[in-house]
Design a protein around this ligand. Structure first.
Ligand code: C2E
Ligand code: MG
Ligand code: MG
Length: 389
């Protein structure tokens, strides 16, 4: 079919565009957390034109921003129906980075939040295309404004084309969406599986969520379950659904396999990482006491705020009474307290012996935490195996 800009304009006037919603499931809870809105064009004869057939045209005609402006009110209407009838779902919508040049979009989102039509945490923006360096500063400013309003920003199709480490390091993303091509390849390639695992670990250490799209089989879902990825999306869970079908789907309140193992592994990773960062910072201080210590903010948070603490005080409480679960709390709290004490000690230029004692205390806490996490993980793995048998 040979589409023209005029066809797109007419389709907007006739209201032929709508969103289909593809659910995203949390690996930790096995429940739907929200969905991605994917645009659909329904022709008068009832057939559907997929976005890959008209988004590139809209882009080359400079019409994507018009399309987004046209569709955003629709998204808000759908969101309020989902919230009224089902739950606190977060809906994600796609924009190409070029659209950020147009302050109109950011204003639409900001106005919707200011008028209390939505709350920031209910909205995620998936950014699809590369970002030209010349526009970097203004884009970062606009994205930061959205983040401040609570909206989350996901880098879509991570690992392909422009969705690279370079873009990730420059823009304030709060989620990483790995490209679906990795899922298929990871099943047959240990190299790809390693890349998936390290990308998830990288997201964790950057303090952002990771989402795997294109999960088509139970085998892929189960493989990812223990990797520490936050959410899954794909045909095995559900294809994209028209709004009414999505509401039905949510009404069934289905549960998918879930496991705390991935989260426990990520907790081990962050705490070991935090431990090493602190040790490096303290040794740098011992070498030169004039260097003030600094560690990334998201690692220096309260023991209830970090991923482990959030789980421990929330869902994890189902394991309360288990000696390894219970023994996580003390060293965990202490590690977070020590983090603050260490920063404080370097700022007030404490004597070397104080730093030495803090390092030794930290090493002990870290060992205790790792030991409990490891024993708990092994036992939970055996329990999951038994349940599968
Ligand atoms: P995307 O954002 O990466 O969306 C994921 C695409 O993968 C969707 O295709 C979805 O239907 C498809 N998909 C989902 N699960 C599976 C699976 O298990 N296996 C396979 N093979 N595919 C799966 P769709 O809906 O055709 O969208 C294609 C692309 O069009 C999107 O890729 C996105 O970049 C773009 N797009 C969609 N809606 C919009 C929109 O409203 N605005 C803009 N600017 N772009 C959009
Ligand atoms: Mg997307
Ligand atoms: Mg994608």
């Amino acid at each position: 079919m040979n589409l023209t800009a005029e066809d797109l304009r007419r389709a907007m006037q006739r209201g032929e565009f709508s969103f289909h919603y593809q659910p995203k499931v949390s690996f930790l809870t096995g429940r739907v957390e929200g969905a991605e809105a994917l645009i659909r064009w329904r022709l008068p004869d009832g057939s559907l034109v997929p976005p890959n057939d008209f988004i590139p045209l809209a882009e080359s005609e400079g019409m994507v921003a018009d399309l987004t402006r046209h569709m955003f009110p629709r998204l808000l209407e759908d969101l309020s129906r989902v919230h009224a009838e089902r739950g606190e779902d977060r809906l994600a919508f796609n924009i190409s980075a070029n659209e950020l040049d147009d302050p109109g979009l950011i204003h639409l989102v900001q106005d919707a939040i200011a008028n209390q039509r939505i709350r920031g945490p209910h909205l995620e923006i998936e950014i699809t295309e590369g970002v030209a360096v010349s526009r970097e500063e203004i884009i970062v400013r606009r994205l930061t404004e959205l983040l401040e309003a609570g909206v989350s920003l996901a880098m879509d199709d991570y690992g392909t084309g422009f969705s690279s480490l370079e873009t990730l390091s420059r823009l304030p993303f709060s989620a990483l969406k790995l490209d679906q091509s990795f899922v298929i390849r990871m099943l047959n390639s240990t190299k790809t599986a390693t890349m998936v695992r390290t990308s998830i670990a990288m997201a964790q250490l950057l303090g952002i969520r990771s989402v795997m799209e294109g999960v088509e089989t139970e085998q892929a879902y189960r493989m990812l379950l223990h990797y520490g990825c936050s959410e899954a999306q794909g045909y095995w869970i559900s294809p994209p659904l028209a709004l009414a079908e999505y509401l039905d789907f949510r009404g069934r309140d289905q549960a998918w396999p879930c496991s705390p193992i991935g989260m426990l592994r990520m907790a081990q990773l962050t705490h070991a990482w935090q431990y090493k960062l602190l040790v490096d910072m303290l040794f740098a201080y011992l070498e030169d006491p004039d260097t003030p210590g600094s560690i990334p903010r998201h690692l220096h948070m309260s023991h209830q705020e970090c991923a482990l603490g959030d789980w421990y005080h929330g869902l994890g409480q189902a394991l309360s009474g288990d000696p390894d679960f219970d023994s996580l709390d003390r060293p965990h709290r202490r590690m977070h307290d020590l983090c603050g004490e260490m920063l404080d000690a370097t700022r007030r230029q404490a004597p070397r012996q104080v730093i030495r004692d803090l390092i030794n205390d930290l090493a002990e806490q870290s060992n205790a935490l790792s030991g409990s996490l490891q024993r708990l993980e092994t036992r939970l793995l055996f329990e999951e195996l038994q349940q599968l048998a």
